[in-house]
Every structure is written in structure tokens, then in C-alpha cells.
Design a protein around this ligand. Sequence first.
Ligand SMILES: Nc1ncnc2c1ncn2[C@@H]1O[C@H](COP(=O)(O)OP(=O)(O)O)[C@@H](O)[C@H]1O
Ligand SMILES: [Mg+2]
Length: 344
Amino acid sequence: MAGIRFENVTKRFGDTLAVDNVTFEVVDNEFFCLFGPPLSGKSTILKLILGLEQPDSGEIHIDGHPVRHVEAADRDVAMVFQNLALFPHLTAADNVRFPLVERRIPVDRIEARVTDVAKKMHMTHILHKYPAQLSGGERQRVAIARALVRDPVAYLMDDPISALDARLREQTRVELRRIQREMNHTLVYVTHDQEEAMSISDRMAILENGRVRQIAAPEDLYDAPNSEYVAGMLGAPHINLLDAAHIGPGGIIAADESPPASARRAGLRPESVEVNRDPAGEARIQTVEPMGGTTIVTLLVRDTQVKAMLRGQPNFAVGEPVRLSAMPGRLHFFNDAGSALSGC
Ligand SMILES: Nc1ncnc2c1ncn2[C@@H]1O[C@H](COP(=O)(O)OP(=O)(O)O)[C@@H](O)[C@H]1O
Ligand SMILES: [Mg+2]
């Protein structure tokens, strides 16, 4: 398996800077996620790796070699596109076989490979069916299997499970993770779903307008975002972002630490907000949403809304006065430019 490296890669479409001076390295056998809002350049990055688009500047390396002059057909990267077009007149097995048949691989090797992939994908029982006889989730699995069967140098997946319902998505992402581990393949995976990105990837790149804002393991991005933008991209409910002046003794949120001098804004994740009953408290409970294992409480303090995610099902009443504080060491501070200040 092979690594993929982007060095200062830029790609324009007319006036649109789709990929803006992007540098990153996906290491061998890594599950690497590209995560960002629509139009942030995710699909274009995949097309550049595939060779369907050429960079205007910069260099792309696959398996240590520059691929500027390597045709798409010779790059040997397998892609799962968003719309999973299966051949309707072929069974699931024939759909999965297709890329190998097309490459004139010997029949016994094809069969061994199809059997192996079908077993790993838990889809042996549907191999004889036609696409019209399969559910949406099963069709998606067949399409993924068809990409996996080839044994290329790397796999690319563009939001491959977004069409599935929530439960199937959860199952499929666990399976994808397992399959990637078992097959030991480099995988570049695009998603716009933060939960999916966080649960599935070894490392992820967070994109904004064609630019990479931060690359790290999901838990590091979550705990140590380098900017307000990255902090806001991960976490549900959304991180609370407040004026830094409102943090500290006598502020909207009490805290042990006071903001650094250059701090303009402060971020505090809902699970790091402590809510205490206090008749003299300034905050009021606005809404209470029990989620089962957690409860999301929306609070109002001096016209500022704060969300807290509390464990279990505390019985706060709407309108009740409470006091808010930040769990120690959990505040993030950002300067005027939205960059994280060191030491937090
Ligand atoms: N073939 C194209 N022609 C013109 N503009 C394009 C083309 N492909 C992508 N773009 C533009 O490039 C930007 C990035 O698009 P894309 O890579 O598809 O983003 P994402 O996959 O993150 O939604 C967008 O502004 C999009 O409109
Ligand atoms: Mg896209």
C-alpha cells in the first residue's frame, strides 16, 4: 500500500480557487478523512489524486513518486463515487467481479478475491441478487465491495454512505473501519458528517474554501483546535463561543483561569459547562432536552445563550436560576484573527 503526498497544490476553475495551496501527507495504511462544508474542495482533492483533474501548481506524489505525468488509468487508485451506479443487469457478484474481469485477471484469482471481499463485507448471502432486489444499504455495500476488490495502491471514497439512513450509516462506518484495518489499505475518505469523520479516521484534514485549516487525529482536533473555525466544525451541540471578557469571576461563565491579554473570544464545549442551582445565579434555564444518556440544557445569561450537555437526566425546571462555570482547563481562547492562543 502507498502513501499520498500533496505539496502546495493549487487548482482553479475559472475564478474559483477550489484547492488553495494544499499540503498534506497520508501515510501508508492510514484512514485519512477530508472533512469540510460543501464546496470546500474535498471532491476536487480526490479528483486530483485520481488524475481526473490536473493541478495548476504544486506536486502530488503517490507511493513516493510524482504523478504529474502519470495518466489516471495508470495511477491504480480505486474510487467510490457519491452516486453508486451498479450495473442493473448484473448480479451483485458480477458487479463486484467486474473491475477484475475488465483487467483480465485469471478466473481463479478473481473468484478467490470476490469470496474474500464478500466475506469481509458480510455480503455473501446477497451475491446472487440483482441491484433492484437489494435495499439501498445493500447496494451501497456492493459498490464499496466493487471498489475494494481491486487491490489498488489506495482507495478514495467520496461520501460513500451519505445516502443511508442513520442506523445503517452507523453500522456501515463501523464495518468500513474494520475492513480498512483488515485489508490494511490507505484510504482517503470524504465526508461532511463530523460524527462519521471523527469515529472513522486515524487523522483528518479540516477544510475551508479549498484550504487546509488543521490536520490531526480527531481527538486532538477536538481538544486542541488551532482556530475558532476548527473548534466550530466539531462537536454537537456546537461549542459555545463567547466574548472573552465574559469569562472569569463575575462573568457569564465563572472560571479559575482568566483569559490571556490578547484573547477576544472564548470557546467552551457544552459538556464542559457546569450548571449549579443557585437562587442568586444570573443564568436562567431556557429549555431542557433529555437525550437519554445526556440532557442538553439551553441557558440564558445577560442576553447570551449558552448550551450545556449534562450527564443523565437532571430535573431542572424552565426559568430556574442557576450559576454557570467552566470545568478547569477546558476553555479555549482565540485572538482577533480567530487563531487559538497557546497554552489553552
Ligand atoms: N468542474 C468544475 N468546474 C467549475 N467549478 C468547479 C468544478 N468542480 C468543482 N468546482 C468548484 O470548486 C469548488 C470546490 O468544489 P468541490 O471540490 O466539489 O467541493 P466539495 O466536494 O467539498 O463539496 C466549488 O466552489 C465548486 O463549485
Ligand atoms: Mg463533493
